[in-house]
Design a binder for this molecule. Structure first.
Ligand code: SAM
Length: 261
């Protein structure tokens, strides 16, 4: 395993709330029942349609696309070309299979790679989607600057992340306060066209659906590999902690941004 591969695996694991690298090889099994793993494809398509962002000649890129749920939603609904890049080979296999299942394989091009390396070669997209990938570039500022570079002037970015409400005194290595995030977006040359905040009830329902599927797969692994039981229990706890943070500490949000510089 090269250092480069290790670095990508660490980035993928961190984006999927894995504290231990030993869990990496089990992630495709644990997450096999989830197609959507972060951003809501429904919200993405609604934003695109409401603001008439794309037509069949447009080009979109879903970066850190996971199993391609948002990219395939865009291709199905808007009939435009979409590329999807993700660092987990098994997710890309699923994305390709799903694009065939939904009859949009001609429109979708999925490939495995490190977005941090590939982004420099991506130019002139009408839309980029950044769905719950986090700050894999090191900070929101670096992430937004990198994403701006792959868009046309006036191009759009759907950016799904979270922020700390202004009135909360929370220090987080992952999240900025809303005012800081908005300022960072402006400095990277974006204006906000719309902000979709997810309610506590929506998040609770999503947690109930997703967490039970993850727990069931982890329990199967605990039975199969009893010596690694702690590893799988830790993963269940890490996921539960992330849902708690999303419901109690931060605001989960999908922004529609437009590049203005
Ligand atoms: C929480 S998931 C979200 C997936 C998808 N965007 C969605 O919303 O369903 C984060 C994704 O980022 C991918 N990822 C993390 N770091 C990456 C990197 N450096 N290059 C490519 N993909 C990466 C992971 O493999 C994972 O699929």
């Amino acid at each position: 395993m090269t250092n480069q591969n290790n670095d990508l695996r660490a980035s993928v694991a961190a984006s999927l709330s894995a504290a231990e690298m030993d869990i990496y090889e089990y992630l495709p099994y644990i997450l096999q029942d989830l197609w959507e793993m972060g951003i809501s494809p429904q919200v993405v398509v609604e934003l695109i349609e409401r603001h008439r962002l794309l037509d069949s000649c447009s080009k979109a890129a879903d970066l850190g696309c996971g199993k391609g749920a948002a990219a395939i939603g865009i291709a199905r609904q808007l009939g435009c070309k979409v590329i999807g890049i993700d660092g987990m080979p098994e997710f890309i296999q699923t994305a390709k299979a799903k694009s065939l299942e939904y009859g949009v394989s001609e429109l979708c091009s999925f490939s495995c790679g490190d977005v941090r390396e590939r982004i420099g070669g991506l130019k002139d997209f009408d839309l980029a989607v950044w769905g719950s990938v986090g700050s894999i570039f090191g900070s929101a500022e670096k992430t937004l600057n990198a994403l701006a570079g792959c868009l046309k002037p006036q191009g759009f970015l759907i950016y799904d992340d979270g922020y700390i409400p202004e009135d909360r005194n929370i220090i987080s290595p992952l999240y900025l306060k809303r005012s800081e995030l908005v300022q960072t977006m402006a400095s990277a040359g974006f204006k906000i066209l719309e902000e979709h905040n997810f309610s506590a009830e929506h998040l609770k329902n999503a947690e109930n659906g997703m967490q039970s599927l993850i727990i069931r797969r982890c329990q199967e692994l605990i039975e199969q590999y009893p010596d690694k039981a702690d590893l799988f229990r830790q993963y269940i706890s890490a996921q539960a902690e992330e849902w708690r943070e999303m419901q109690d500490e931060i605001v989960c949000v999908t922004f529609l941004l437009q590049r203005v510089q």
